[in-house]
Design a protein around this ligand. Structure first.
Ligand code: ADP
Ligand code: MG
Length: 255
């Protein structure tokens, strides 16, 4: 039996001016799979997941979430862009976690988590609050529900941001270097939460420079350079025995 991937990226290109940020990228992510994306600065990692999340429009190629084409629809044999409203609905099926946590400063931790489920997904406040408390428990912040973001450490704020992302019940979670704004001693608590999500079966694409984490949690790892996926495979084969000189040289600089 073949199962359709949760996420299917085919031949996507994205130019900024005359610079190809993505130069033909293919990526499949199976249901429950964790794919980590590594590569030098400027190689297109953020652009890739921003295109998936419909924060950027692609110039060519196609992205499917389950069987749904993202950003466009077929009309009389041609592709035409979806309305902003329908793109927003598609975006709502995924959650992205950013390097900067982007919590709303004047909302409590709990309200940061309940706001989108109540306002966007139409859940009752009571249901959303019950779920928020369960999520805070899961990320080890059960006692912080009534705090404001400024009262939390960076690691705690990022754990709240992850709880908020999970509250949207995403089909796929996208992470863009979620630990790179953190003091080194706070990195592990955030990676721990992500490790738990992965173990719970969440489908995840994680851009990271934490090579040890990329190796440990990933089912598959991809290495990008200059807008392309240069190498991909299981983390063990790829990170232990890189085939390309470019990955070898990248790893020697990041260990
Ligand atoms: P990475 O996340 O791997 O560091 P990015 O995806 O952010 O790389 O960027 C890939 C390339 O696209 C870089 O050369 C970057 O300068 C360029 N780029 C990204 N976003 C924009 C933008 N909004 N406008 C112009 N160029 C951009
Ligand atoms: Mg980036």
């Amino acid at each position: 039996m073949t199962t359709e991937p949760a996420l299917r990226v085919r031949g996507i290109r994205k130019n900024f001016g005359d610079h190809a940020a993505l130069d033909g990228v293919d990526l499949d992510v199976a249901d429950g799979e964790v794919v980590t994306v590594i590569g030098p600065s400027g190689s297109g990692k953020s652009t890739l997941i921003r295109c998936v999340h419909q924060l950027e429009t692609i110039d060519s190629g196609a992205i499917h979430l389950d069987d749904e084409l993202l950003g466009h629809e077929r009309h009389r044999g041609a592709l035409r862009p979806l309305s902003a409203r329908r793109v927003a609905a598609q975006r709502g099926r995924m959650s992205m976690v950013f390097q900067q946590f982007h919590l709303i400063p004047h909302f409590t931790v709990e309200r940061n988590i309940t706001e989108a489920p109540v306002r966007v997904h139409g859940r009752s406040r009571e249901e959303a609050e019950t779920e928020a408390r369960a999520l805070l428990e899961r990320v080890g912040l059960a006692d912080r529900a009534g705090h404001y973001p400024r009262q939390l450490s960076g690691g705690q704020q990022q754990r709240v941001a992850i709880a908020r992302a999970v509250a949207a019940r995403p089909r796929v979670m996208l992470f863009d270097e979620p630990t790179s704004a953190l003091d080194p001693e706070l990195v592990e608590e955030v990676l721990g939460v992500m490790r738990q999500l992965a173990a719970d079966g969440m489908t995840m694409v994680v851009v990271t420079h934490e090579i040890a984490f990329a190796r440990e949690v990933a089912d598959r790892c991809v290495f990008m350079e200059a807008g392309r996926i240069v190498e991909s495979g299981t983390p063990d084969e790829m990170l232990t025995n890189p085939r390309t000189a470019r990955l070898r040289s990248f790893l020697s600089r990041h260990h």
